[in-house]
Design a protein around this ligand. Structure first.
Ligand SMILES: [Zn+2]
Length: 281
């Protein structure tokens, strides 16, 4: 990362009057009694900031004309940045957390809440390493095959669980298998989701991809290597730390750097960037 380094979690933890070993144990959502200590603390710890892109260096994604969550699979930019997104949450590799912290790499996590049950502290540590926790459903179904109410339950319940555990309600949704329909967008919107984040390339870390083999890399457009603004899909799988080192190596070899996609999305789409001023009449 160039530019301003994020505040270290340790420094923030000290400022917040806690020690790193004292990360709260994540429990099942309780009845609504107002913000818990954990939620307040999470707000305090949410100060980690990744580099923000220069205005004009990219095209700010626009809201969808129909007012439902926008669907994005890459960011339009000439800058050699890529966005690393990691899904599911089935494997818990402590070395990966250490690596993300040491290398200060922005990543974005899409959690499937049933997969992470009992692993709250692992993802809390990743959250403190700068990864927002976004929504990848409760149980990883094929959304396009579900009735509206079932879709809504998958999204809203996951958002509620993530908000309780990590102190921030998800604003981005990634449908399992990239499968969604217009009902998904509508239901996601009703659950507070602002954008549906797909991907433009996949790193088949710890598995084999069609035609690219084990630990293969495939672009959606069939090309090779990275392109500016790629959103890269990965998964929490066995051996993630080593696989992460591999992709960081590729990114650097090709002259790219990882960036935080949430800083490229305007607030209306669930990110941190200002919305462009409306066009003058
Ligand atoms: Zn998934």
């Amino acid at each position: 990362m160039r530019g301003k380094m994020p505040v270290t979690a340790t420094a923030v933890a000290v400022a917040a009057g806690v020690v790193a070993a004292g990360w709260p144990v994540v429990v099942a959502p309780a009845a609504d009694k107002g913000p818990s200590t954990r939620t307040v603390l999470a707000g305090t710890l949410g100060d980690r900031r990744w580099e923000t892109p220069k205005p004009g260096s990219y095209t700010v994604p626009k809201p969808a004309p129909d007012g439902l969550p926008a669907v994005l699979s890459r960011i339009e930019t000439q800058d050699k940045v890529v966005f690393l997104t990691i899904d599911d949450g089935y494997e818990y590799d402590p070395e990966f957390v250490r690596l993300v912290r040491a290398e200060k790499v922005p990543i974005l996590t899409f959690l499937t809440t049933t997969y992470v049950k009992g692993q709250g502290q692992y993802f809390w540590a990743l959250r403190n390493a700068g990864s927002q926790m976004e929504n990848h459903t409760v149980g990883h179904p094929n959304m396009a095959q579900l009735a509206p109410e079932a879709q809504k339950k998958q999204i809203c319940d996951a958002s509620a669980t993530i908000e309780t555990a990590y102190g921030r309600r998800p604003t981005m949704f990634r449908p399992p298998f990239g499968s969604y329909n217009e009902t998904t967008r509508k239901m996601a919107g009703e659950c507070g989701i602002k954008s549906i984040l797909l991907w433009s390339a996949e790193f088949y870390n710890g598995t084999s991809g069609p035609g690219v083999g084990f630990n293969g890399f495939a672009r959606g457009d069939g090309g090779k290597g990275f392109k500016p603004g790629d959103i890269v899909l990965m998964h929490y799988r066995k051996g993630l730390a080593e696989q992460f080192r591999t992709i960081l190596g590729w990114i650097r070899e090709q002259g790219y750097r990882p960036a935080a996609v949430e800083n490229y999305l305007p607030r209306s789409l669930g990110g941190n960037a200002p919305d462009p001023a409306p066009a003058k009449p």
